[in-house]
Every structure is written in structure tokens, then in C-alpha cells.
Design a protein around this ligand. Structure first.
Ligand code: HEC
Length: 137
């Protein structure tokens, strides 16, 4: 027979381990559904990876910029902010449970980072491809 403590421990384990995974997935799925409603899709992780590497020469300083400029190629590793030098925690949700769990953060950072990197906002298609790529890292 299971003791009360054992049942409780198991229950807590299930709650703490599965809840963040479920909510993270649903936040991403909600974003993807929103992009689809805007006419985008289907989304491709492979395309997202290509976009991740894509370099655009900045009109501001004439230098090539890409998402890797701050986040690096390996999303499971820390990145470094190219302007401030600050460490950026990994974007991979597999190693950083904080990632892709908040629609507000996703929107805010897409806006800021697309503008800085490509000189414009990303399209719903590009955002969907990016999220499909990032969520699998
Ligand atoms: C100038 C540096 C810089 C560049 C270039 C950059 N980012 Fe970021 N990005 C950041 C910083 C800083 C954060 C927030 C860091 C944190 O939350 O620890 C961030 C956060 C994010 C997040 C939020 C993830 C989450 O849920 O917390 C996403 C998504 C993201 N970046 C995608 C991109 C994409 C896509 C590109 C390329 C178009 C890109 N970034 C280029 C600096 C950059």
C-alpha cells in the first residue's frame, strides 16, 4: 500500500513536471494559431533554422546581423548580447524552462529583435517558422 506521503510526493511531481511543459506548449500553439489566422502556415522548423542564420547587412553600421549575433548557433548554450556584452540565457525550452512560456515575452522580443536584426518586423510566417525551430531545440 502506498503511504499518504508517497502519494503526495507523486502528485506534486506530476504537477510540477507536467504543468510547465503543458503551458509552454499551449502558449506556442496559441501563437501559431494566431499566425495562421493571419494567413500564414504551414510552419517549418527547418525553414526557421535557415532564417535563424540569415544575415542582413545593417543600414546603421554596415555590418551583417543575424539572430546568432546575440543568441549563437547552439540554442542550448548561453548567448551574449552584442551591444551590452550581457549573458543571454539559452533560448532552448529543453534547457531553460522559462522560455516560450509567455505570449507577452514572445511578442515583445520578436518585435525588438526582428527590428534590430533585419531592420523590420518579422512576418507571421517567419515568426511561426522561428517558434517551430526554437521549441525543438
Ligand atoms: C541584439 C541582441 C539580440 C539579437 C540579434 C536577437 N535577440 Fe532574441 N533576445 C535578446 C535578448 C536580450 C532577449 C531576452 C533575454 C532574456 O530573456 O534573458 C531575447 C529574447 C528572445 C526571445 C524570447 C524567448 C522567451 O520566451 O523568453 C525570442 C523568441 C528571441 N529572442 C528570438 C530572436 C530571433 C528570432 C532573433 C533574430 C531575428 C533574435 N532573437 C535576435 C537579444 C537578441
Amino acid at each position: 500500500m502506498k503511504t499518504g506521503g508517497e502519494v503526495l510526493r507523486r502528485g506534486l511531481f506530476i504537477v510540477f513536471v507536467t504543468v510547465p511543459l503543458v503551458s509552454q506548449a499551449s502558449v506556442v500553439d496559441e501563437q501559431l494559431a494566431g499566425y495562421r489566422a493571419d494567413g500564414a502556415g504551414p510552419f517549418s522548423a527547418q525553414k526557421g533554422e535557415q532564417l535563424w542564420q540569415r544575415e542582413v547587412v545593417s543600414a546603421k553600421d554596415g555590418r551583417a546581423r543575424s539572430c546568432t549575433t546575440c543568441h549563437g548557433n547552439d540554442l542550448r548554450s548561453t548567448g551574449k548580447h552584442t551591444k551590452t556584452g550581457k549573458v543571454i540565457e539559452p533560448l532552448s525550452p529543453a534547457v531553460n524552462a522559462e522560455r516560450l512560456g509567455s505570449a507577452r515575452e514572445i511578442r515583445k522580443w520578436f518585435k525588438r529583435n526582428c527590428k534590430w536584426t533585419w531592420g523590420r518586423e518579422c512576418t507571421p510566417q517567419e515568426k511561426g517558422d522561428f517558434l517551430s525551430f526554437i521549441r525543438r531545440q
